[in-house]
Ligand binder design. Sequence first.
Ligand code: ADE
Length: 250
Amino acid sequence: MRLDVVTIFPEYLEPLNVSLVGKARTRGLLDVGVHDLRDWTHDRHNTVDDTPYGGGPGMVMKTEPWGEALDEVLADGYEAGAGAPALVVPTPSGRPFTQELAVELSSRPWLVFTPARYEGIDRRVIDEYATRMPVYEVSIGDYVLAGGEAAVLVITEAVARLLPGVLGNAESHRDDSFAPGAMANLLEGPVHTKPPVWRGRGIPEVLLSGHHGKIARWRRDEALRRTTAHRPDLIERTAPEAFDKKDREM
Ligand code: ADE
């Protein structure tokens, strides 16, 4: 998969060199390009913003630098054979970022991210590229960040760990909170490792039993308890058939 990010803070994306995403890059599973939007300005002050039409507070990111930047980044990617691009526009007014959307994005060969600062990007830029490729306007939560760069890091990490070969164990995401299947709409319950006793606190007996059926049942009960406590909305929006008889006894 190829990822490009156009930003006025390229250094903000340095975490893409580290940990899971960094390792995926060095292993050749992910090709990442970070580009400075100001490279496509032509004035002395490298201006990327201007006052909003219609008035109001804040500044709006200008069409021209974004247009030139995206044209060049897209041309380079096409030349490198990156496949069909999709634009990912982080914005608090986008559709909610979910595990389901992460799975959808992870199936695309090439994502181009346009994190904005200020009040956002002139709408015409998004409308222009939407005539040429899918555009995902995505919000990572109901709060307003100072810019979209942190959202790019969040989306990239959620997507990269789903790419084939990135996680050591393909089953690692089977039991993830929100993973499709039996755990859909359930939050993952607690986990434990050695030592067996720490500060007088032991391990739930069932986890030491070696009884896989009982362990699976315990994990599901814990997931149901946790989801009921932290996200009752997830339980409410789940079809009743998704719960078995034992679930309902909880
Ligand atoms: N930019 C500012 N706030 C954001 C949010 N909540 N999600 C995505 N991009 C953003």
